[in-house]
Design a protein around this ligand. Structure first.
Ligand code: DQA
Length: 158
């Protein structure tokens, strides 16, 4: 099963931007760790980063028929984008919202997520390890989906 990892605005600046908040690790190194987890657990994985809201929405829509789940750090769009929320709701794929920083310890405007109500869950505050935790959660979700499908196939046709 395939997970699509979507990274929003300014996450391409990791390792440079506000290191006291986001740490020294670059996005490509986070992705390397996620790929290693995916390989070790038989998951397919693809990565996408954009600073543009519309491109993020296009990518979420493209997940229909291409991916089985989404891990998204929408950056600042988390707090503002009803359009990204609607795209997540539209594709109905299990989606995990991720943040490096603990958004609940920061400014008030970061404490509201437009996306959380349409996500399976939210992981926030563990630095790059947030992405690892999201991979563990997505792996669990994939196992549950596989088990449900297997059960459905066993049921006799009525
Ligand atoms: C962030 C938190 C957001 O509030 C912020 O705008 C980001 C990064 C995080 O990963 O901690 O760009 O999503």
């Amino acid at each position: 099963m395939k997970v699509m990892v979507i990274q929003g605005p300014n996450l391409n600046m990791l390792g440079i931007r506000e290191q006291q908040i986001y740490g020294p690790m670059k996005l490509e190194d986070i992705h390397k760790q996620m790929k290693a987890f995916a390989d070790a657990n038989g998951m397919e994985i693809e990565f996408f980063q954009s600073n543009f809201e519309g491109e993020i929405i296009d990518k979420i829509q493209e997940c229909l028929g291409d991916a089985d789940g989404i891990i998204i750090n929408a950056g600042a769009y988390t707090h503002t984008s009803i359009a990204i929320r609607d795209a997540i709701a539209a594709v109905q794929l299990p989606t995990i919202e991720v943040h490096l920083s603990n958004v609940y310890r920061r400014e008030e405007f970061r404490q509201k997520s437009m996306l959380a109500p349409v996500c399976a869950g939210v992981i926030t505050g563990f630095g790059p390890f947030s992405y690892h935790l999201a991979m563990v959660a997505m792996h669990q979700i994939f196992q549950e989906i596989t088990a449900i499908k297997a059960q459905q196939q066993q049921k006799p046709q009525s």
